[in-house]
Design a protein. Structure first.
Length: 406
């Protein structure tokens, strides 16, 4: 049974690796094409909407853009779509492996909503589609011709979802889901709008018809939205590693401010690429927003030690708390780990428990049984550099306890 835990953790690592690789490819191509479009020289004669000369890797590239389409269909056409699709699919796989399979540990917070596992998973999966339905309806309404108003309404939607997720899930799951919610909108833009519109243009070219420019205009609007949403999504995907981001009562406000910070940063680079100057005020705004976020993060949302000690154990926690060898594992963890993994750490100048993981009470230790097993039982990852000198026989006791509970 313990082999499954090890293989499952490697599976989580594998899908995370794939997710990061494909996200780099998608974000890289997205940023490149937005920068390219904004930097085109449009003071040229001919059918092209603009051109650009670039140098990279020892070679020169001459790039031309056609506002609608060239006069004839090129023999070879490169499509950019799989980066987006695989990023979203690998992200969904990671969501399933980490948060759905580990719902009792990472997804459900009984203090907020005492959900059954299937209920939490249903809310998690179902909520991802809501944003796209609302956003797409807004884009197809008359507001589609008012980009600024549309972006403001999208921001309102994201803030509402940030608050909603925070009322249901754990802090880290709430921010992660907001990132997945936004990424779903971005990928749906590619799959449902951008690619079909490009196929319509290609089909018109092949049939000898003049393509309607509205399809390119619609696709560009959605692509621009994706460009501005990218930086906040990256922050939200990284947030689960930083308890200062997800571990306060204002986590949902922090997420909302991150969207504003991401937009200001992208506005700077987009303005620079479009040769419209370098609006340095955007960096001042970003710094102010960051300082507000840092201040909000200083207000913890964690239960006190007394509240955690008095809390009833969940069925998952009770299983490991009653497993053979728990008393030994409990004493080892309290003696070797809890000085850092405490609500008020006493190790050095540490202010917050690493990754927001507490190992002080029976419930704490039972809740994090799998992590303790992987980090300190079968590997020597914790404590760092074995700074509290856990002997091999104690690590063996931790592993035996977890296997008994599994």
């Amino acid at each position: 049974m313990y082999d499954i835990a090890i293989l499952w953790d490697w599976a989580a690592f594998a899908v995370r690796w794939l997710h990061v690789i494909t996200a780099i490819a998608w974000i890289g191509s997205s940023f490149y094409f937005i920068a390219l479009d904004l930097s085109l020289n449009r003071d040229i004669d001919g059918p092209a909407d603009g051109e650009e000369w670039q140098v990279h890797g020892g070679g020169f590239y001459h790039i031309q853009k056609y506002l609608v389409a060239p006069a004839a269909m090129p023999e070879h056409l490169t499509w950019f779509k799989w980066e987006s699709y695989v990023t979203w699919l690998s992200g969904l796989a990671m969501l399933a492996v980490v948060y759905w399979a580990g719902a009792e540990l990472f997804l459900i917070d009984p203090a907020k909503a005492d959900l059954a596992t299937w209920q939490a998973i249903a809310i998690s999966a179902g909520s991802l589609a809501i944003g796209w339905v609302i956003y797409d309806a807004l884009c197809k309404s008359p507001l589609g011709n008012q980009p600024t108003t549309l972006m403001v309404l999208l921001f309102v939607l994201l803030v509402a979802m940030s608050w909603g997720y925070d009322q249901v899930f754990t802090g880290r799951a709430a921010l992660l889901h907001l990132g997945a919610f936004t990424a779903t909108i971005m990928t749906a833009n590619v799959f449902v709008i951008i690619m079909p519109n490009q196929r319509i243009v290609v089909a018109d070219l092949k049939a000898g018809r003049t393509p309607d420019p509205k399809y390119g205009k619609i696709a560009k609007l959605r692509s621009t939205h994706n460009n501005y949403l990218t930086l906040p999504v990256i922050f939200l995907m990284l947030s689960n590693h930083y308890p200062l981001a997800f571990g306060t009562q204002y986590a949902w406000i922090i997420a909302a401010l991150v969207f504003l910070m991401g937009v200001t940063i992208r506005h700077y680079f987009n303005s620079m690429h479009a040769r419209k100057g370098q609006p340095s005020w955007t960096w001042a705004v970003a710094v102010i927003l960051f300082l507000i976020i840092a201040w909000l993060s200083s207000v913890p949302r964690f239960d006190t030690y007394e509240e955690a000690e008095a809390r009833a154990l969940t069925p998952y926690e009770a299983r490991f708390a009653s497993a053979a060898g728990f008393d030994d594992a409990h004493d080892i963890v309290i003696g070797r780990c809890s000085m850092c993994h405490a609500r008020e750490p006493v190790w050095g100048n540490m202010q917050w428990a690493p990754k927001g993981v507490f190992l002080e009470t029976t419930g704490d230790i039972a809740k994090h049984a799998r992590q303790i097993y992987l980090q300190a039982g079968v590997s020597h990852a914790m404590p760092p550099a074995n700074i509290t000198n856990i002997p091999d026989e104690d690590r063996a006791k931790i592993a035996a306890w977890y296997r008994a509970g599994s």
